[in-house]
Design a protein around this ligand. Structure first.
Ligand SMILES: *[C@@H]1O[C@H](CO)[C@@H](O)[C@H](O)[C@H]1NC(C)=O
Ligand SMILES: *[C@@H]1O[C@H](CO)[C@@H](O)[C@H](O)[C@H]1NC(C)=O
Ligand SMILES: *[C@@H]1O[C@H](CO)[C@@H](O)[C@H](O)[C@H]1NC(C)=O
Ligand SMILES: *[C@@H]1O[C@H](CO)[C@@H](O)[C@H](O)[C@H]1NC(C)=O
Ligand SMILES: *[C@@H]1O[C@H](CO)[C@@H](O)[C@H](O)[C@H]1NC(C)=O
Ligand SMILES: *[C@@H]1O[C@H](CO)[C@@H](O)[C@H](O)[C@H]1NC(C)=O
Ligand SMILES: *[C@@H]1O[C@H](CO)[C@@H](O)[C@H](O)[C@H]1NC(C)=O
Ligand SMILES: *[C@@H]1O[C@H](CO)[C@@H](O)[C@H](O)[C@H]1NC(C)=O
Ligand SMILES: *[C@@H]1O[C@H](CO)[C@@H](O)[C@H](O)[C@H]1NC(C)=O
Length: 433
């Protein structure tokens, strides 16, 4: 879809200062990627830094959001226009489970109608097909993913595939069933089976597929396997083995505990303990990269939001956060046992024109990226959702919900808030060499 010239003019006027010569189309960096020490390298030996936005595809309909408002090509075109080189696409294991069971629910028609009901679903399905005439009612979810990733490839956008949830709905809450191994929806075998399937498929079909995030935001659960680093080690290394076997070129991202807010035991080489009084009592492991066949594929990921509305000075903000895992990228820290690349795979805040400087979060985050030279993935491109189900909210489901944190506006055809883009996203881009 062509953009209307005035939009482009206004938009670039707003970000021209911070983003040097944004290119509409760019060549993707040379794949595959690999890691050495604290850095990610492309196949030419150049350091690669993720500058990404999240584009969720893990919610109820299980296809990337926004397609009732805009075509795949026009949504993808926002990535290079914002100066981004990559996307974190999120998916649900339920999508793969449905493939294994040959479920008839995989067509666009069934996916949309099951999620939104016959009346509203019919309207939204019609909008999706109107904006994206290459699809039909019978197009499957996976075929939609293939079309999205093909377009990302042709616009030079690197694809990072994140397993966000098992059961497809908004992530994340304590005890929502998706949070920890063995919880209500988090079947470990299906998770690993799902990774084998989708990593194989992505390797064979998605031109710029480069990396995976094994699982988003581990968190407390009251009914699950024991919540400890030993359990994390056992299942994460098994999933990494499966991904590596299916797609040996892919980087593999490891997220930490407590909503992925800390991962320091890994670079510090700590003993990963089980929990006394449970099946993991007295069990220990150490995450020693040299023992894995995927030792040059490991990336650590961490999330950072501003839920405490911080007013900390940046030296305090940075020192606190450093201890949560940035030792991984500091070879001169004597406590660092293993160096790994780090990526801030989620950060973001409301795009309303003022929040960017109501707290010190935005300023200090930019400094953190400048000081430590780590890639990042903004939450999120979406201007709105098909549907959002949150277990602990009334009403539990809302159709067509606005996303005030989105880079794009409700109709996915304009920038929600150029002032925030200028003072946040563009400066995050500028913070990387
Ligand atoms: C799904 O279909 C495939 C191919 O037709 C078949 O081999 C497989 O047994 C089916 N699986 C289920 C669970 O029905
Ligand atoms: C299809 O989805 C409907 C509605 O969610 C569900 O009741 C049904 O069991 C599903 N069918 C299959 C084959 O998964
Ligand atoms: C595991 O237990 C040992 C011994 O108590 C302790 O030194 C280590 O810090 C623990 N590991 C973690 C990740 O807390
Ligand atoms: C764990 O180790 C303690 C101390 O050695 C021992 O008393 C206990 O029986 C062990 N528990 C299990 C489940 O092996
Ligand atoms: C890296 O670690 C050293 C030693 O602890 C410390 O002096 C230095 O400030 C750290 N570098 C950064 C950028 O935090
Ligand atoms: C932006 O959001 C913040 C946090 O909710 C709020 O305090 C502020 O008033 C909002 N700004 C505008 C212009 O609405
Ligand atoms: C936030 O930015 C606005 C617009 O640039 C400015 O007027 C205001 O003083 C800033 N507030 C803070 C706390 O820096
Ligand atoms: C169906 O769509 C209408 C109009 O957008 C909306 O008001 C209504 O809440 C939707 N129904 C459900 C069940 O969300
Ligand atoms: C989004 O931005 C575009 C371009 O400025 C505009 O045409 C459209 O009306 C906006 N949508 C909303 C919901 O504001």
């Amino acid at each position: 879809m062509l953009l209307n010239p005035p939009i482009v003019t206004i938009f670039f006027a707003a970000i021209a200062i911070a983003v040097p010569s944004p290119q509409i189309k760019r060549e993707a960096p040379a794949l595959p990627f690999s890691t050495e020490g604290r850095d990610i390298f492309d196949s030419n030996g150049d350091i690669f830094q993720y500058k990404a936005a999240n584009w969720p595809g893990h919610q109820e309909i299980m296809i990337p959001e926004g397609l009732q408002h805009a075509s795949v090509a026009s949504i993808v075109s926002w990535f290079p226009k914002f100066g981004l080189n990559s996307v974190r696409l999120t998916f649900a294991i339920e999508m793969i489970d449905d493939i294994y069971s040959n479920s008839t629910n995989q067509t666009l028609e069934k996916s949309v109608l099951n999620a939104l009901g016959t009346e509203n679903g019919t309207v939204v399905l019609g909008q999706i097909l109107e904006k994206n005439p290459e699809f039909t009612k019978e197009t499957t979810r996976l075929q939609v993913w293939d079309a999205v990733t093909k377009e990302l490839g042709s616009q030079g956008v690197i694809v990072h595939l994140d397993n966000h949830v098992s059961k497809a709905f908004w992530c994340c809450g304590d005890n929502d069933g998706n949070g920890w191994f063995g919880e209500k929806y988090f079947d470990v075998e299906k998770w690993i089976r799902g990774w084998t399937y989708i990593a194989t498929h992505a390797k064979e079909n998605w031109p710029t597929f480069a990396s995976v995030g094994l699982r988003n935001e581990f968190r407390p659960a009251s009914n699950s396997e024991p919540i400890d680093w030993y359990t994390w080690y056992v299942h994460m290394t098994a999933a990494a083995d499966a991904v590596h076997e299916a797609a040996p070129d892919a980087l593999i991202f490891f997220s930490g505990l407590s909503y992925d807010t800390y991962i320091d035991p890994i670079p510090l080489g700590k003993t990963l303990n089980g929990t006394s009084g449970t099946s993991t009592a007295n069990k220990t492991a150490v995450f020693n990269p040299s023992t894995f066949s995927w030792s040059d594929k490991i990336v650590l990921e961490i999330h950072k939001y501003d839920f405490e509305a911080t007013q900390n000075s940046c030296p305090v903000f940075k020192a606190n956060w450093y201890k949560k895992g940035f030792q991984a990228v500091n070879a001169s820290d004597p406590e660092t046992k293993y160096l790994f690349p780090m990526v801030i795979s989620e950060w973001g805040f409301i795009q309303n024109g003022t929040y960017w400087n109501q707290t010190t979060y935005n300023k200090c985050l930019i400094e953190m990226v400048r000081d430590y030279q780590v890639g990042w993935m903004q939450w999120e491109i979406s201007g709105s959702f098909y549907l959002q189900t949150r277990p602990n909210r009334v009403p539990q489901t809302i159709q067509g919900l606005e996303e005030p944190w989105g880079l794009l506006n409700y109709t996915w055809d304009g920038v929600r808030d150029p002032v925030t883009v200028e003072n946040s996203l563009s400066k995050m881009i500028g913070a990387l060499n």
